[in-house]
Design a protein around this ligand. Structure first.
Ligand code: CTP
Length: 418
């Protein structure tokens, strides 16, 4: 259980902070809500007190003997400001201490995460951007705002991410520190495949695999929070899209292949979709079927019918990863995944090094799947191999923490931006 200070700024999106508070307390954290006076015009103190089980105050003059502005900040494991308005970012950047929340920000030793929400013009204004840069330079996390519907009929960057996304990112910072959400992927375009392909046998049946898509989802969520423009080519995953991520749904290996080529080259091809610029990083986290049925029946295969198959003939699917390596653009990094087990011919890393050389990727993320680990679990443990011979062991952790460690390795290897 961690001690979290949930700062709430005065914007319409403050109502979402009640749901975020609920998610944090349900995960077992002790949350102290510190709203600004204007936040309480949107959501009443009683709501925050009931959901947190803790008193709520806005001013340093409340509860003076407790010296709350010092004690609350000093004892926190995380200060999460949601929503962070333009005014709150400005006051925090200026180091003001004119209410309990800003005073708490000055006394906190722990990671601080701001989740901005405001109108697009206010977010893009140079004053706000300077304040964001100042706060980031001092080590605070300032998440990029989601793009979407704002308070009125308009839409654009400035929307508050959904509470579930913020709660997941808060857990990541609690376990891995503020560095896990460094803005080092700002300006980068990242294309990630996730999930498991389905190879049709007839209109109702397919050959599939057990991939849950959770690691690919985590990679997408963390990359977007670190500033990247993210496309997630998702094979048969029912999870909601992480905030800031465009999901391209696919089913078969062939559909995945077409989407990955279009998205990583920036050439929309015949689909007419996709972005106009190539990807800086291409990650193949999907479990792509190596084989597909040689023929797909046009109607359902029936028991006892003339077309009842006695066996299924399989043909090889193209290796999408190898194709993407062949089509790699200058400066583009291609990352593969490998699920390996040790055997009489070598241990997991020996097999993985051979695969890195065979596939020609810049990095290979190696999962040890001995004893049925990984699939569908929130926890993972990987080693990241690079062509320079390095092997970065990522300790066991939640898939978001593993994703952050993978992005650290990728980020170190990206060419400098102009
Ligand atoms: N992959 C791919 N296209 C395929 C099969 C796999 O792009 N048809 C990608 C996966 O997304 C993953 C990597 O290749 O990033 C490793 O896949 P894996 O199945 O472990 O490797 P294989 O080449 O199939 O090697 P083997 O089965 O011999 O271990």
């Amino acid at each position: 259980m961690s001690q979290i200070v949930l700062g709430v700024g005065g914007g319409v999106a403050a109502y979402k902070s009640a749901l975020l508070l609920r998610a944090l307390t349900e995960s077992g954290h002790d949350v102290r809500v510190v709203p600004t006076a204007s936040a309480l015009r949107f959501v009443g103190a009683a709501t925050f007190e009931a959901l947190s089980g803790n008193p709520v105050s806005t001013e340093v003059w409340d509860d003076v003997p407790e010296v709350a502005h010092v004690r609350i900040g000093q004892h926190a494991d995380l200060v999460l400001v949601n929503p962070a308005t333009a005014d709150l970012l400005a006051r925090a950047a200026a180091g003001r201490a004119d209410d309990l929340l800003t005073a708490t920000l000055l006394t906190a030793h722990c990671p601080v995460v701001f989740v901005p929400a405001m109108h697009t013009e206010m977010w893009l204004h140079p004053a706000t951007q300077d304040n964001v840069a100042t706060l980031r330079r001092r080590g605070a996390v300032v998440l990029p705002p989601a793009v979407g519907r704002l308070t009125g009929p308009d839409s654009g960057p400035g929307r508050l991410p959904e509470p579930a996304d913020v709660a997941a990112l808060a857990e990541l910072v609690l376990s891995a520190g503020a560095g896990a959400l460094a803005p080092d992927l700002t300006g980068r375009r990242v294309v990630i495949s996730a999930g498991g392909t389905r190879e049709p046998l007839d209109p109702v049946r397919f050959l599939g695999n057990r991939s849950s898509g959770l690691q690919g989802w985590a990679l997408a969520r963390v990359a977007a929070a670190r500033g990247a423009e993210v496309v997630l080519v998702a094979a048969n995953v029912e999870l909601p899209a992480p905030f800031g991520v465009r999901v391209v749904p696919v089913e078969s290996a062939e559909e995945l292949r077409t989407a990955m080529h279009a998205e990583s080259s920036g050439d929309p091809g015949s689909s007419g979709q996709g972005a106009a610029r190539p990807a800086d990083v291409v990650v193949m986290a999907a479990a792509v079927a190596d084989f597909r049925p040689a023929t797909v029946a046009g109607s359902k295969l029936k028991k006892g019918g003339a077309a009842e198959p006695s066996s299924v003939e399989l043909v090889r699917n193209p290796d999408v990863l190898v194709e993407l390596v062949g089509a790699r653009l200058p400066g583009q990094l291609v990352v593969g995944f490998a699920a390996e087990t040790g055997d009489a011919e070598g241990d997991v890393l020996t097999h993985a090094r051979a695969k890195l050389a065979r596939k020609g990727t810049d990095l290979l993320v190696v999962n040890d799947v001995s004893a049925g680990r990984v699939f569908g679990r929130a926890e993972n443990e990987v080693t990241v191999l690079a062509t320079d011979g390095s092997a970065t062991a990522v300790p066991p952790g939640r898939k978001d923490a593993v994703a952050a460690a993978i992005w650290d390795v990728v980020s170190d290897r990206l060419p400098r931006q102009a």
